[in-house]
Ligand binder design. Structure first.
Ligand code: DAH
Length: 341
C-alpha cells in the first residue's frame, strides 16, 4: 500500500508538471495514462494486491488519480481545440472572410429608378412631412370638410390634434410645392403614405407613392400623355402600350387612370392583369383650377398636370411580387433577390 501511494504521488507530480507543446505530445500523454494499457489501468490492476482492510482508502486514492489524469487531458484537449483555429497553420495572406453585405430594399430600388427616369427630363425631387395637416392633405386639394372624396381614403388621425393626419397620399407634397409659389414647377415627390386598412396580401396600412407635378404656361393633356409614355417605356420597355380611362380625382380635371399592357403575358391574359391584358398603374389629370386658386396661381395664365403612382404596384408588376406583406417582413431571402440598378 505504501509503495502504491508513492507511485501515485510520483505520477501525480508528473501529471501536474505536464504541459504539451502540441497535439502529438498530448496524444502521447493520453496513451501513457489513459490508453487501454495505460498507467491508470495498470494501477487499478494492483487493487487485487491491496489487503482487504486498506481497499477502501486505496480505492479513493486511485479514483482521485484517475480523475486528475482525465481532467488534465480534457483541459488541454479543449485548449487545443480553441487555439487550433488560430494556430500557425493559418495562411495570413489568404483573403479574409467577407461580411455579408446588405442590398437595397426592392421598393427603394424601384423608387430610385422612377426618380432617375423623371430627373432625365428635368424633374427634381421634392418631399414633405408624413404627419400632415388637413389643409395640405385634403382641403387645399379641393376636398373640403364633408367632401365625399375624403371617404375614398381611410385616414389615420393624430389623437392629440384632430387637424393632423398621417398623410394619405403624396399629393400633399403638391400642395406644399404650390404654396412656395416658385413657378414653373416640375417635381417628383416620392414618399410613404398611410391608410387605415386591414393588412392583407393586397392592402397595407402604409405604402409608398410617387407624385409628379408640372405647372407652367401652356401645359396640356398632350404633355401629360407624352411624359407618362416616356416614363412607361423607360420603366417597362419600348413595347409597352398605354391607355387612359376617364376617372375622377377632386384635384384634377379632367382626370384619368392609366393602364399599361400587361408586362407578364404581353396582353394575352394572365393572373396579374386578371385576364384583361391591362394593368392599372396610376392616376393623373390636369391640375384643377380651384387648386391653383387655393395657392394664388392664376389658372388663366398657368396650367399643369399631376400624377400619382404606387411604388408597391410598380414593383409588383416589375418583379411579380404578389403579396404586399413581403415588403415589410424583413425576410432576408426575399430582400436579397433585388439588386440596385
Ligand atoms: N392621390 C391619388 C391617390 O392616392 C393619386 C393621384 C391621382 C395623384 C391623380 C395625382 C393625380 O396627382 O393627379 O389615389
Amino acid at each position: 500500500m505504501q509503495s502504491l501511494k508513492e507511485q501515485l504521488q510520483a505520477y501525480e507530480q508528473d501529471i501536474n508538471a505536464f504541459s504539451p507543446a502540441d497535439a502529438a505530445e498530448l496524444e502521447n500523454y493520453r496513451i501513457k495514462y489513459l490508453g487501454t494499457k495505460g498507467l491508470v489501468k495498470q494501477v487499478f490492476g494492483e487493487m487485487k494486491n491491496v489487503p482487504a482492510d486498506q481497499k477502501k482508502e486505496a480505492g479513493q486514492l486511485l479514483n482521485t488519480f484517475k480523475q486528475l489524469a482525465e481532467a488534465k487531458y480534457e483541459a488541454f484537449k479543449h485548449l487545443q481545440e480553441q487555439s487550433g483555429k488560430k494556430s500557425n497553420d493559418i495562411d495570413i495572406t489568404l483573403p479574409g472572410t467577407a461580411l455579408p453585405s446588405g442590398t437595397r430594399h426592392p421598393l427603394r430600388v424601384v423608387e430610385n429608378e422612377i426618380v432617375s427616369i423623371f430627373e432625365k427630363i428635368g424633374f427634381s425631387v421634392a418631399t414633405g412631412p408624413e404627419i400632415e395637416d388637413d389643409w395640405h392633405n385634403f382641403t387645399s386639394l379641393n376636398m373640403p370638410e364633408h367632401h365625399p372624396a375624403r371617404d375614398m381614403q381611410d385616414t389615420f388621425y393624430v389623437s392629440q390634434n384632430p387637424d393632423w393626419v398621417l398623410r394619405t397620399h403624396t399629393s400633399s407634397v403638391q400642395a406644399r410645392i404650390m404654396e412656395q409659389g416658385n413657378l414653373p414647377v416640375r417635381v417628383i415627390c416620392p414618399g410613404r403614405v398611410y391608410r387605415n386598412e386591414t393588412i392583407s396580401a393586397r392592402a397595407h396600412c402604409f405604402f409608398h407613392q410617387c407624385e409628379g407635378l408640372y405647372i407652367d404656361k401652356n401645359v396640356s393633356f398632350a404633355d401629360l400623355k407624352q411624359t407618362l409614355y416616356y416614363f412607361v417605356t423607360e420603366m417597362f420597355g419600348a413595347d409597352t402600350k398605354l391607355r387612359f380611362r376617364p376617372s375622377y380625382f377632386p384635384f384634377t380635371e379632367p382626370s384619368a387612370e392609366m393602364d399599361i399592357s400587361c408586362t407578364v403575358c404581353g396582353g394575352s391574359g394572365c393572373s396579374l392583369c386578371k385576364h384583361t391584358g391591362w394593368v392599372e398603374i396610376l392616376g393623373c389629370g390636369m391640375v384643377h383650377p380651384n387648386m391653383l386658386r387655393n395657392f394664388d396661381i392664376d389658372p388663366e395664365v398657368y396650367t399643369g398636370f399631376a400624377f400619382g403612382m404606387g411604388v408597391e404596384r410598380i414593383t409588383q408588376i416589375k418583379y411579380q411580387v404578389n403579396d404586399l406583406r413581403l415588403y415589410s417582413q424583413n425576410d432576408i431571402r426575399f430582400l436579397k433577390q433585388f439588386q440596385s440598378a
